[in-house]
Design a protein around this ligand. Sequence first.
Ligand code: FPP
Length: 246
Amino acid sequence: MAFLKKKKSAAEEPKVLPQHIGIIMDGNGRWAKKRMLPRSAGHSAGAKVFRTIARYCSDIGIKYLTVYAFSTENWRRPQQEIDALMKLFKEYLNEALRDFQDDSIVVKFIGDKSGFSDEIRALMEETEDGSKDRDGMVLNIAMNYGSRDEIVRAVKKISQGVKKGEIDIDSINEDLVNDNLYTAGQPDPDLIIRPSGEYRISNFMLWQSAYTEFVIMNKLWPDFTKEDLDEAIDIFNNRNRRFGGV
Ligand code: FPP
């Protein structure tokens, strides 16, 4: 565990910094509705906050950040909203390619890329390729991601290995399942933050969050600030993590 570089006062105990934070970026629609704006305006505002918070996490020394941008269930939304989100992803990906050039952030997309257009998929691959040799924070952007789908894929990959005689059934264990998830090789999230006051996991990192601390905040994602992230880390610091022990 690392310690937060920014201490608020000399008298304060150094904080334990979560190694891996997950964020369910929720509340864009309600934020827009409150302002009588289309839902797409909420997503644009949410995208700006995402960039600020991702950079802040990297600045304070977080090693892994996973953000939930689009779930396997989000395709059920009205076509107009999906089109607006795809346009936003395209703009963001185009900018990210330039934006992250002077940065150390490693960008990964977790989820089923085959659900996106050729153009978006190519941009995702270009972004991943252009950042893979960096040594900074790993930013997982979950797009067309569903944790049940991720687990089903892992089961299929392992079953294929068994069928080919490459995997012995008795050697199937938690490590092997981990190795077949999108987050292979990464530590589990220590902290998952859900703004907007909803008490749900919404198919996000089900396997990986077995011992994660959840912090629900009563703020819509477009209103979320660096101070809110600090507060979530403070709440995390006051939790007593026992991992099933006493
Ligand atoms: C959930 O809020 C949010 C989404 C489904 C989209 C999240 C996307 C962004 C924040 C855009 C930024 C991402 C990238 C990679 C550019 P909601 O629409 O369900 O809000 P509601 O619950 O208030 O309706």
